[in-house]
Design a protein around this ligand. Sequence first.
Ligand code: HEC
Ligand code: HEC
Length: 306
Amino acid sequence: MSDFISDFWSHYVAVLTAAGIAGCAILLWVAGRKKVAARSDNTTGHVWDEDLTEMNNPLPMWWVGLFILTIVFSVGYLVAYPGFGSYQGELKWSTKSEYETEVARATRELEPLYAQFTAKSPEDLAADTNAMAIGERLFMNNCAQCHGSDARGSKSFPNLADADWLHGGTGDKIKETITKGRTGVMPPMAAAVGSSDDVKNVAQYVLSLSNSPHDSVRAQLGKSKFAACAACHGMDGKGNPALGAPNLADDIWLHGWGEQAIIAMINNGKTNQMPAQEDKLTPAQIHVLSGYVWGLSNKPQVAAKQ
Ligand code: HEC
Ligand code: HEC
């Protein structure tokens, strides 16, 4: 109601509501007073289907009682609860305030539980089965749509259950990733590499780093051109977590395996974003998630702590 710019609709609804209740009361009163002239056999004289007659009995008292009760109830209800135009009701109840009270109560109840979790490091938390049950639910609701319900990711969405990390795999690094998000940026590099033949050679060199099937002549030719890549991926191609530059020597491919996929990376570059969660989740929830994600790729250490 408060969305309307004038009070007209509020008054309109209030008048209709009051008229409806008053109408019911008047109907009852009139029906109770009006005497229908009955015939000697106590029928009204109306006959249907040859022998169906209408008796002239008063309304049963239980029925009249219920009718009065509903009128009294409706008036009481409209005084206490919203319903009479835009009047809020004496109890000031609203779905919004009910929701807010519930959320506040849940937060209060969960506080001691989460306090117990935040006292531990993400690595220790990974061995806490209670925390991990909560972590799994948080992951399913907030992360699985991109990283998959088994956290194994897909093309361009990293696998979080292996030991290969773009940005670092300690509990604290994972927490930083989830809180602030990450943007991995690889600029288009073709111009720095040279001709399209040079690009092809570098791509073959990249394949050779992980011992993937490659053309060794081209790889040799591409080796010197890899200097353009070394600033981010390192001379040995093992990557740099500070820049989010992946290890190219481990045969794990975020953006696709093979010469064509690597050439596409060199020619087009790539900007890949992990959205920050600090506005969506509480610090305690992020803490629990950090432990959950860390635990996925450190199963033996988790088992040893349990
Ligand atoms: C909209 C998709 C999306 C959602 C939702 C999302 N992520 Fe990500 N996440 C990504 C992408 C894309 C990357 C890779 C960023 C890059 O290339 O640098 C990433 C990277 C990460 C990394 C770093 C991986 C590494 O190798 O360093 C972690 C950890 C992570 N996400 C955890 C989470 C968690 C936990 C959640 C849930 C709270 C989540 N993500 C929700 C898309 C998403
Ligand atoms: C400015 C830093 C930078 C330079 C220079 C750079 N890269 Fe990258 N590269 C990145 C980053 C960051 C990513 C990851 C992008 C993401 O977050 O998804 C990446 C991703 C890649 C990938 C995809 C890896 C995968 O797992 O799918 C390949 C292949 C690659 N780079 C090859 C190269 C080659 C070859 C060169 C040199 C010609 C090069 N890069 C130069 C930063 C760089």
